[in-house]
Design a protein around this ligand. Structure first.
Ligand SMILES: *[C@@H]1O[C@H](CO)[C@@H](O)[C@H](O)[C@H]1NC(C)=O
Ligand SMILES: *[C@@H]1O[C@H](CO)[C@@H](O)[C@H](O)[C@H]1NC(C)=O
Ligand SMILES: *[C@@H]1O[C@H](CO)[C@@H](O)[C@H](O)[C@H]1NC(C)=O
Ligand SMILES: *[C@@H]1O[C@H](CO)[C@@H](O)[C@H](O)[C@H]1NC(C)=O
Ligand SMILES: *[C@@H]1O[C@H](CO)[C@@H](O)[C@H](O)[C@H]1NC(C)=O
Ligand SMILES: *[C@@H]1O[C@H](CO)[C@@H](O)[C@H](O)[C@H]1NC(C)=O
Ligand SMILES: *[C@@H]1O[C@H](CO)[C@@H](O)[C@H](O)[C@H]1NC(C)=O
Ligand SMILES: *[C@@H]1O[C@H](CO)[C@@H](O)[C@H](O)[C@H]1NC(C)=O
Ligand SMILES: *[C@@H]1O[C@H](CO)[C@@H](O)[C@H](O)[C@H]1NC(C)=O
Ligand SMILES: *[C@@H]1O[C@H](CO)[C@@H](O)[C@H](O)[C@H]1NC(C)=O
Length: 423
């Protein structure tokens, strides 16, 4: 492996080496103003040197090894670009990342309300938002108690953020809320509609358009059980994945709740936990003489509908039955039983098969085989008698061949079992 790596280092052009051993730069995409971030530059290059982090910010080392170096950057007050570089062999590999600094507005002010307002006419409210960054991520939300009345992006013109509303909606309590971007939509919850008892399935909860995604918290629960999801954040997207497994039948609620800056969006789905052992297919006897009656019965769980060779059971939960008189043509015949269970509007199938043996035809085959075996024994015996007949009378006989040093030995036997040595 090492030799291979070294060869690669010497042979590969620089561009290929960069692709082979890219430099990873782990840093949060966003940070609250005056906050600190942990940055980690790492590479899998076998012989890295001069691993460096370039930044205008104050950096404090937080551990390193030949393959990585971590730093705390503190007091971030403006959007910044950081860059890592390393020498791998004799080529320089670079990685960079942007960190956005966000801050809450210094001031949020609701414009003066008119002293009177005609019923049924639009009232224009002005909301002044001073400061706050990044501005294009700022949203002004008009609330009456906890009820959201209107939501608009904040523009750079302080006079612009205008919230139009009908007077009838106006209430005594008006609040303005600054909110980092949390989409109006619910998370996308991908969960199975049905889940078999004891099996494991994955549940995903994905929400797009979150800013900053690194600050969003996700809560996934199955019934009253809190799941411990693996959360990945890619740009503005958050993806939480958890594995679920239940050991009891019933209907359970899966809930995903994403919270950002005190506001949450949630989604839920119901999953039906079921148990469905495969159908049990029985023949009254598996080996029957020709002409006898065979009963074939198939049953499955209490709610499953079974179908036995095309014969449908009278109702779900009941067994399906077939009665037949065994004929030669039934020998080797397979009976197939299909069971269907409806779970949460989905059909789940299980099937099983069993084979019938009818002895009538089996006898003739056995007789035929016996006759052939007896014939074979007689022919072999005849041949052996012809070859070894003389020697048997004389006792032990050795055959010696020039080209082959393995001796052939014939041992004297009673004359009535001449074929045994050949077998
Ligand atoms: C930095 O990243 C490397 C490689 O992923 C890892 O081994 C190391 O523990 C990290 N260091 C810190 C302080 O997170
Ligand atoms: C890295 O930072 C953490 C958290 O600030 C601190 O507890 C730890 O001692 C630091 N490690 C090193 C090696 O500086
Ligand atoms: C943080 O940075 C700002 C401006 O860059 C500076 O005025 C302030 O003193 C710094 N604060 C600390 C605690 O270093
Ligand atoms: C950082 O931002 C600059 C412009 O603001 C952009 O050109 C560049 O692609 C960004 N880099 C990364 C790694 O996102
Ligand atoms: C109120 O504003 C809405 C949207 O701005 C507009 O469609 C509507 O016609 C206005 N109603 C009146 C009575 O001006
Ligand atoms: C959770 O639900 C299970 C059955 O659904 C119940 O036995 C258990 O007591 C519940 N636990 C809590 C903490 O509510
Ligand atoms: C979420 O993550 C899982 C695995 O972690 C992946 O299978 C799935 O495709 C991801 N979904 C989205 C929409 O990114
Ligand atoms: C989501 O979680 C937050 C914080 O854990 C909680 O305050 C909120 O009530 C939850 N929302 C729903 C709909 O479960
Ligand atoms: C087959 O089933 C019938 C009734 O369904 C029963 O009368 C009969 O005895 C059964 N025969 C065998 C061989 O089990
Ligand atoms: C059993 O069900 C499967 C799935 O619907 C179907 O493909 C198959 O033909 C059925 N077999 C019989 C014997 O009904």
């Amino acid at each position: 492996m090492w030799v291979f790596m070294l060869l690669l280092c010497c042979l590969l052009p620089q561009g290929a080496q960069e692709q082979m051993f890219p430099l990873q730069l782990e840093a949060p995409a966003a940070v609250l103003a005056a906050g600190s971030v942990l940055v980690n530059c790492s590479t899998e290059c076998p012989s890295p040197s001069n691993l460096m982090l370039e930044t205008s910010l104050l950096k404090q080392p937080n551990g390193s090894s030949p393959g990585w170096a971590a730093f705390w950057l503190s007091n971030l007050t403006e959007d910044t670009k950081i860059m890592c570089s390393v020498l791998c062999g004799d080529s320089q590999v670079i990685a960079s990342s942007n960190i956005t600094v966000y801050r809450f507005p210094e001031e949020v002010e609701l414009g003066p309300l008119p002293s009177w307002q005609p019923v049924g006419e639009n009232l224009t409210l002005r909301c002044l938002v001073v400061g706050g960054a990044p501005r294009n991520r700022l949203t002004a939300v008009l609330l009456r108690d906890q009820e959201e009345l209107s939501r608009q992006p904040v523009t750079s013109n302080p006079e612009d953020p205008v919230l139009g509303m009908k007077l009838s909606l106006l209430a005594a309590c008006l609040h303005l809320l600054f909110s980092p971007a949390l989409p109006v939509t619910s998370p996308h919850l991908l969960a199975p509609r049905s889940l078999e008892v004891g099996t494991r399935r994955q549940v995903h909860c994905v929400l797009d358009g979150l800013f900053p995604a690194s600050e969003a918290q996700v809560h996934l629960a199955l019934g009253n059980q809190t799941l411990n999801p693996t959360v990945t954040r890619d740009g503005d997207t958050l993806n939480a994945t958890a594995t679920v497994r239940l050991d009891q039948e019933g209907t359970q609620k899966i809930v995903c709740n994403v919270t950002l800056a005190g506001v949450s969006r949630s989604a839920q789905k119901l999953t039906t936990v079921f148990s469905f052992p495969g159908p049990i297919l029985r023949l009254s006897r598996t080996n029957v003489p020709k002409g006898s009656t065979v009963n074939v019965t198939c049953k499955a769980g209490p709610r499953a509908q079974v179908r036995l060779d095309g014969v449908l059971a009278p109702s779900p939960g009941e067994p399906a039955q077939l009665e037949l008189i065994a004929t030669d043509s039934d020998n080797g015949r397979y009976f197939i039983c299909n069971a269907t269970l409806e779970v949460a509007g989905e059909l789940i199938y299980r099937s099983t098969a069993v084979q019938l043996r009818v002895l009538g035809r089996g006898h003739s085959v056995t007789i035929g085989l016996t006759v052939l075996t007896v014939l074979g024994v007689i022919i072999t015996s005849g041949a052996l008698l012809y070859v070894f007949g003389m020697q048997k009378r004389c006792g032990i006989y050795h055959v010696k061949q020039q080209s082959n040093s393995v001796p052939l030995t014939a041992i004297q036997q009673p004359e009535d079992t001449p074929g045994e040595e050949a077998s």
